[in-house]
Write a protein that binds this ligand. Structure first.
Ligand code: OGA
Ligand code: NI
Length: 369
């Protein structure tokens, strides 16, 4: 019987666990494979045929992820319109792009360049950061769920966990300054977005901030090398983020797609824009008013593609319960979820890996799973 451990397209003598370990032991990531000149992707990356991306139809999609202009937020009537746009986008797409958010384009470009410098330095240098040790705040690895997923993704990631205990000196010097500056500026935009989301829920502007939507943040600087067989694998398998909100910066290469009414729609790169998406925790506290939507990343022969995700979470150490916001509940809108601790929710997510299984369902009231 083909087991998950044996992997997809298992050959009787295919020892998947061994090949995963050999790959991990190189500490050089997918970029290391490309550097060594592979013409075919190793089988640990091959996705089951039923999960593969459909060939591109060639017909441009009429659907487009909403783009929201944040200029003139101080104008009361314009603000009302923006809140409406944010509300609509969060209910129907779970994704939107923001422009005129106030961060200079140079800061965004510098962040992407910093990510590139890290991932493209000599492999001995990157290897110093390669780790799966959960207590490490700064680490580099290929596929955080490498040993759990059915097929590995064509992607490497440098991650940094921003909490009160982070020693910023641990961040690789090739990108330290740009990363700290980027994060600082994104926090301001996230606060503005959190106010708009609060207002869109009919709450006071500071509501989400007061429940600590983003006290701690995880930064992922992703690197998707060019792939010799892009039909056979994914850059990131389909998943929904387990965050409150995610702010994503992407370079100018296509690849990111969001599931909308059963269509995979491109989140087309827009110079200077930031992508915002609703995470599972916000879907939960909004009692399903806002949607945390599945998305994925395709790879191509072109590349590398770079992106930087900043995931916003409440504190992982606080014993604070999160459940549907009381102010939103009524006889017509009874709570759909039980209350939970953020660490339980995230551990459950990590135990599942990027399998595409719904994490939220597990916390639905009346669910026995
Ligand atoms: C993620 C994600 C998209 C991208 O990191 O959760 O969805 O474009 N990233 O890298
Ligand atoms: Ni994501």
């Amino acid at each position: 019987m083909a087991t998950v451990a044996a992997g997809v397209g298992a050959h009787p003598d295919y020892d998947r666990a061994k090949e995963l370990k050999e790959f991990d032991d190189t500490k050089a990531g997918v970029r290391g494979l490309v550097e060594s000149g592979v013409a075919k992707i190793p089988r640990i990356f091959i996705t089951a045929p039923e999960d593969r991306p459909k060939p591109f139809s060639g017909a441009p999609s009429a659907l487009q992820v909403p783009v929201i202009d944040l200029q003139a937020l101080d104008d009361a009537s314009r603000r009302k319109e923006i809140v409406k746009e944010v509300c609509e986008a969060s209910k129907t797409w779970g994704f939107f792009q923001v422009v005129n958010h106030g961060i200079p384009t140079g800061v965004l470009e510098d962040m992407l360049e910093g990510g590139r410098r890290f991932h493209e330095q000599e492999k001995e240098e990157r290897a110093k950061f390669y780790s799966r040790e959960p207590t490490k705040k700064v680490r580099y690895a290929s596929n955080y769920d490498l040993f759990k997923s059915r097929a590995a993704n064509w992607r490497d990631t440098l991650s940094c966990f921003f909490d009160d205990m982070l020693d910023t000196g641990d961040i690789p010097s090739v990108c330290r300054e740009v990363m700290l500056n980027y994060r600082k500026q994104i926090l301001d935009v996230a606060d503005v977005v959190s106010q708009l989301l609060s207002e869109a829920l009919g709450l006071s502007p500071d509501f989400l901030k007061n429940i600590d939507y983003g006290r701690e943040q995880l930064l992922h600087a992703h690197y998707y090398p060019p792939c010799p067989e892009p039909e056979q694998t994914f850059g990131t398998s389909k998943h929904a983020d387990p965050t409150f909100i995610t702010m994503l910066l992407q370079d100018n290469l296509d690849g990111l797609q969001v599931l909308h009414r059963n269509n995979w729609v491109d989140v087309s790169p827009m110079h200077g824009a930031l992508v915002v998406n609703i995470g599972g925790l916000l879907q939960l506290v909004s009692n399903d008013m806002f949607k945390s939507v599945e998305h994925r990343v395709l790879v191509s022969r072109e590349g590398p593609r770079l992106s930087v995700a900043l995931f916003f979470y409440p504190s992982f150490r606080e014993q604070k319960l999160y459940g549907p916001i009381k102010e939103l509940l009524s006889d017509e809108n009874p709570p759909k979820y039980r209350e939970l601790l953020v660490q339980d929710y995230v551990s459950y997510h990590l135990s599942k890996g990027l399998t595409g299984e719904s994490i939220l369902d597990h916390f639905k009231l009346g669910c026995q799973k």
